[in-house]
Design a protein around this ligand. Structure first.
Ligand code: PEP
Ligand code: MN
Length: 343
């Protein structure tokens, strides 16, 4: 249920609503917008009739049910987009941001070279996997703590905030010490134990959509984070499994627009995992921006053919710089429409 406070509702009136939501057996969440305050009541098993009666409490304009199973994530609860700030970089605001770096941190030289190059090309943040979720146990699994130290050094050197994946609750504290944003990989989108722990972290979370998750399941995964106390969540569309075999995954561009319609959270696109092909990164990045993505996360490697993971979808350093330049080119314009002249 959403309790819409009237414009000019006093702090005492808001507090009265909060206290009553608790008495009814629900959890209150106060969302302060630029014009008015909303108090969301979430949970189950409380006294709903009593909650609905708050409609006539002082300072309340209306009480309306939340239409979707995800509540705090919903646009209904917060009409303005959420802007997540990471060390001065704003995600979800007016500007599209670019996160770039290798799939995996492989060596100090590889990461520092990449970090400097992506920074010079205009990237806003640096990515790099330290703990890698690999389909085969025989594939490179990441350098772990050594990679975290290299990432922290790259941040020192370039000033770029760092994004890296957390695969397990065991590594969380260590990773949070070294990284600015914690990535939940696609395979872990529904690792509820991990989501619950991340909800208690003070780091922003980059939540990737699972390869076979619906948009509703993805937003419900985000709901675990918000309802547990962490509202700094960035959604990331990275492609889903379809019958298509030419592409590694099928990036779901409509899901980006839909997630932005349903939720106030920022949504970014991962054209690297979303296609698996270097040649498509440029076109798909432009398309993602056109449908409203707030940013991109792109894999970049100094020598993709020698990459220990995801080489075929990685841009080299020059390729990334060229891609960034192309993002500022206007989209091809519609031919003049043959409208009938009005009489
Ligand atoms: C990655 O970002 O390198 C990664 C493993 O992504 P995903 O979880 O989307 O497969
Ligand atoms: Mn990868």
């Amino acid at each position: 249920m959403i309790i819409n406070m009237a414009e000019g509702a006093t702090e005492a009136e808001i507090q009265h609503v909060v206290d009553n939501i608790v008495l009814c057996g629900y959890q209150p969440h106060v969302i302060r917008g630029s014009e008015r305050t909303i108090v969301a009541a979430v949970g189950s098993g409380g006294n709903r009739a009593l909650l609905e009666a708050l409609k006539v409490a002082p300072g309340v304009e209306d009480a309306i049910p939340i239409a979707h199973p995800f509540k705090l994530v919903s646009r209904q609860v917060r009409r303005e987009p959420s802007v997540i700030e990471v060390a001065g970089v704003k995600i979800g605001g007016d500007e599209v941001i670019v996160i770039a770096g290798p799939c995996s941190v492989e060596s100090r030289e590889q990461l520092l070279d990449t970090a400097v190059a992506v920074k010079n090309a205009g990237a806003h943040m640096l990515r790099g996997g330290a703990y890698k979720p690999r389909t085969s146990p025989y594939d490179f699994q990441g350098l772990g703590i050594e990679a975290l130290k290299i990432l922290a050094e790259a941040r020192e050197l370039t000033g770029l905030p760092v994004v890296t994946e957390v695969m397990s609750t065991e590594d969380l504290d260590l990773i949070a010490e070294h990284a600015d944003v914690l990535q939940v990989g696609a395979r872990n989108m529904q690792n509820f134990a991990l989501l619950r722990r991340l909800a208690k972290s003070n780091r922003p979370i980059l939540l990737k959509r699972g390869p076979s998750a619906t948009v509703k399941e993805w937003l419900l995964a985000a709901e675990y984070l918000l309802s547990g106390g962490n509202s700094q969540v960035i959604l990331c569309e990275r492609g889903i499994k379809t019958f298509e075999t030419e592409l590694r995954n099928t990036i779901d561009l409509a899901a980006i627009a839909l997630a932005k319609e349903l939720s106030h959270l920022p949504v970014i696109a991962d054209p690297s995992h979303g296609t698996g092909r270097r040649s498509l990164i440029n076109a798909v990045s432009r398309a993602a921006i056109a449908v409203g993505a707030d940013g991109l996360i792109v894999e970049v490697h100094p020598c993709p053919e020698r990459a220990l993971s995801d080489g075929p979808q990685s841009l080299d350093l020059q390729g990334f710089a060229a891609m960034i330049r192309s993002l500022s080119e206007p989209l091809r314009r519609l031919a003049p429409l043959q409208m009938e002249a009005s009489a």
